[in-house]
Design a protein around this ligand. Structure first.
Ligand code: PLP
Length: 428
């Protein structure tokens, strides 16, 4: 169910201070989700990480850290941001795992300097680490040959996935790591969320068997990480995910994997979306309403023109994802089907689409110019995937907790957008 925490809040007062669009975070909602995950992974032999790419804002990371949840980072800069938010570096314990598809920018330097545990996603990365002089433990991210994303673009396991080491290449990668003197302390996979928790749990059971088979060849193993992908119900009327069966599955995985290894094997999961999706909304203003009329090209539509674009929330444009939309302060009254579209010079800048990316008008309370719309469940892959397209700055982020409201990031101005531009001679 989409979160309704904004119903009790005065969004107009916030808009007056920070303008629109803006992201608004609910500390309480985040804390509730963290507690739900901690129920099944309290720490120790069952450990949760937060896949911080879902939302890396400092206050969010601090909240996660205080709860004892660890981090999965996917770039050198994410490792450094996690550290800035107070997560310890080093691999004893490996509070920050660095899962990389490719080592770019500062990635190898960060691994060298911080000793965070690198989790290797393709065979050649063993050579990259060895060439950089890295001497330490590593993780191997395996593609077990099956998996599921919430949409096809998000498939993270199986032959069409770019992620991880194909399971049939695991053995030669293991030997390469041994030859390079890099002990493998973690086996990892992240095969994506099925749209349903039942499918997710089925995949998890298959993974336990998969890793039980692999385990004897990895004497240095300390942990197995089953990735993220706990689904979040974005549609109204969908029930909350029950994590209890997953909890049982993880406990029994810990028992069976430890029995097979003859020592305790820590079991990890690393959800991103589940932690943060419902904790933020994107608030946007309706600037105008206009219509087109049916002709030989197709049906006419009523358009609500809002000031948020796919530069702020790309999921509908990129995946045809559903975000629940409400009209702030006006839940009853006549309803009408509208297409909600943004300010960008790009016809794809539409928030109401179906999975095939066609326009899908949404029934909303009859809109007026100046209304505030709330896009719910915008916390995961929201601000984090925003861009500078059309030279619009990224929207500000506001945090709400028992102490009131805090601005966590300013609206970006022209200077922010152009701050890295230069014209310097290259000495070639
Ligand atoms: C993105 C990602 C996750 C989190 O996925 P969610 O669907 O947000 O839970 C976990 N692990 C890795 C390696 C990832 O890249």
């Amino acid at each position: 169910m989409p979160n309704t925490f904004t119903e009790r809040l005065d969004l107009e007062a916030i808009a007056e201070q920070v303008g629109t669009p803006f992201f608004l975070y609910s500390a309480q909602t985040l804390r509730d989700r963290i507690q739900a995950v901690k129920q099944i992974t309290p720490g120790g032999s069952l450990q949760a990480r937060y896949a911080m790419k879902a939302c890396s804002t400092r206050r969010v990371l601090e909240e996660v850290r205080e709860s004892g949840v660890w981090i999965d980072a996917v770039s050198g800069n994410e490792v450094l941001r996690a550290h800035q938010a107070g997560f310890p570096l080093g691999n004893r314990p490996p509070a920050i795992l660095f899962t990389a598809d490719v080592f770019r920018d500062n990635a190898l330097a960060v691994v060298q300097e911080t000793s965070v545990l690198p989790n290797v996603g393709s065979p050649g990365m063993i050579d990259d680490l060895a060439a950089a002089g890295y001497q330490g433990p590593i993780g191997l991210r395996i593609n077990p040959g099956f998996g599921h994303g919430h949409v096809r673009e998000c498939d993270t396991g199986g032959p069409s996935s770019k992620h991880g080491i194909w399971h049939e290449d695991a053995e030669r990668t293991r030997k390469a790591a041994a030859a390079a003197g890099l002990p493998i302390t973690l086996l990892h996979t992240h095969i994506g969320s099925g749209p349903q928790i039942e499918e997710f749990n089925r995949n998890m059971s298959r993974l336990v068997e998969f890793f039980e088979e692999m385990l004897p060849a990895y004497p240095d193993l300390e942990a197995i990480n089953f990735g993220g992908g706990i689904p979040h119900p974005y549609q109204p009327g969908k029930t909350e995910v029950d994590l209890a069966p997953l909890g049982e599955l993880l406990s029994s995985a810990h028992a069976s994997l430890s029995a097979r290894a003859g020592k305790s094997i820590r079991v990890e999961i690393e959800p991103g979306r589940y932690f943060i999706a419902p904790s933020a909304v994107l608030v946007t203003r309706v600037h105008d309403l206009k219509s087109t009329a049916e002709n030989d090209k197709g049906p006419g539509h009523k358009f609500a023109m809002v000031d948020a674009g796919f530069t702020d929330l790309v999921r509908p444009a990129m995946y045809g994802s559903y975000h629940h939309i409400t009209v702030h302060g006006r839940s009853d009254g006549d309803r009408e089907a509208v297409v909600v579209a943004g300010p960008l010079c790009e016809s794809g800048d539409v928030f109401t689409r179906d999975e095939r990316e066609f326009l899908e008008p949404r029934e909303l309370t009859k809109l007026r110019r100046g209304d505030l719309l709330v896009f719910h469940d915008a916390g995961a892959y929201g601000v984090q995937m925003s861009s500078y397209y059309n030279s619009l700055g990224r929207a500000p982020q506001v945090w709400h907790d028992e102490e009131g409201f805090h601005l966590m990031s300013r609206r970006e101005a022209l200077e922010d957008i152009t701050s890295n531009e230069c014209f310097e001679p290259l000495a070639l």
